[in-house]
Design a protein around this ligand. Sequence first.
Ligand code: SME
Length: 153
Amino acid sequence: MYKIAINIIENEIKKSDDLKNCLSYICKFLNEKIEGYDWVGYYFHNEKNKELELITFSGIATEHTKIPFGKGICGTSALTNNPIVVDDVSKESNYIACNINVKSEIVVPLFNTKKNIGQIDIDSNTINQFTKIDLNFLIKINEMISEKFFKIK
Ligand code: SME
């Protein structure tokens, strides 16, 4: 599924000329087609306000449309520039709950060349949902987005 998904997403990115529409497509596609991806969203950095802003998502609406850098899993990744996989959110102290069903989470930064400008955030209602395969899959998707929309050519 992951290989097919990469091909479909790659085609969508190639033909898209609007970043937000493209990200919305990816969120909906991942949420609907990949088992265990129960909420999928893209946050972008607002450097002026030092916070993340939710750009688009697929899944249950969240009240966390703005997250200060440093707060929660998302805000931590914004500061460290590293992906984060949380196998069991109940064991994580710096965690912002979006809904009570969420059991595990993955956050993967999106880079413009070397600068961290945003992230994909995925919640799962299944514990231990995310593996190295998911991590590499999401890194690849973000690289393709970056290459198309951000990389200085
Ligand atoms: N759980 C995230 C907040 C965003 S929601 O999952 C949509 C966090 O701890 O940063």
